[in-house]
Design a protein around this ligand. Structure first.
Ligand code: ADP
Ligand code: MG
Length: 233
């Protein structure tokens, strides 16, 4: 069963960075409606993939254009409103899991729920449920340093799903993992996507990209729609 999550849409979105005396056009203006499901973003290093993701998240301010989720224009929200909006609608998974080192796996998953104002009892129950979902109910009290890379990344996914986000953004989440562990992480992202979420996954790995529902190619800041076949050059 898929839920009706709000749609992620960008219009005329671009980003220029100052660079010495000149400028870098990290992202050339583009418009796109992200379909629900898993979208793989592929492109060489330095092509603008992370810039795109940071713009989608509202971590970066666009030079032109806007990012909309369910009709709300992220770009025009103030800093505090944007943080609240992110908490309510987004989940993030990074290449390095970014878990809080002094909190247990369970506490890490609880963290965004605490920020969102859930009661301790409620958030503990939800965090346990999420750890079970990623197959780590037996690691609840482990600190991040006591987990393998793949386990830590699965905790990060559980944390990212805590707020039941409509948009899940992942920047090279399998980049540091061996193939089998990477597949497990990918399967969790696919599961999140098949529930009707918009999952945007940056990856260097063609095998990973091949399993996505939709494809975007980025080259020198230019985003184009890609078919699976066109990924293989
Ligand atoms: P990718 O994630 O595809 O490797 P990025 O989006 O990180 O690429 O970078 C795209 C381009 O923008 C690169 O040329 C990079 O050097 C430049 N860039 C990225 N972030 C900044 C920044 N904060 N300041 C200046 N230039 C940046
Ligand atoms: Mg990057």
């Amino acid at each position: 069963m898929t839920a009706n999550f709000p749609v992620l849409k960008v219009q005329n979105l671009s980003r220029v960075y100052p660079s010495g005396d000149g400028q870098v056009q990290a992202l050339v203006p583009f418009s796109h409606t992200f379909a629900p499901g898993l979208t793989a973003v592929v492109g060489p290093s330095g092509s603008g993939k992370s810039t795109l993701l940071n713009l989608l998240a509202g971590f970066e301010t666009p030079t032109t254009g806007q990012v909309e989720v369910g009709g709300t224009n992220l770009t025009t929200l103030g800093e505090a409103a944007r943080a609240d909006f992110r908490l309510a609608h987004y989940g993030f998974v990074f290449q390095n899991h970014n878990l809080v080192g002094i909190l247990s796996a369970l506490e890490n998953v609880e963290f965004p729920l605490a920020l969102a104002g859930h009661s301790p009892k409620e958030r503990r129950a939800r965090a346990r449920e999420l750890l079970a979902l990623v197959g780590l109910e037996g690691r609840a009290s482990h600190l991040p340093g006591q987990l393998s890379g793949g386990e830590a990344q699965r905790v990060a996914i559980a944390r990212a799903l805590a707020g039941n986000p409509s948009v899940l953004l992942a920047d090279e989440p399998t980049g540091n993992l061996d193939t089998r562990t990477g597949e497990r992480v990918l399967a969790l992202l696919q599961e999140a996507a098949s529930a009707g979420r918009t999952v945007v996954l940056i990856t260097h790995d063609r095998d990973v990209a091949a399993q996505a529902n939709h494809h975007l190619n980025v080259r020198d800041g230019v985003v184009s729609l890609g078919e699976q076949g066109s990924l293989v050059r």
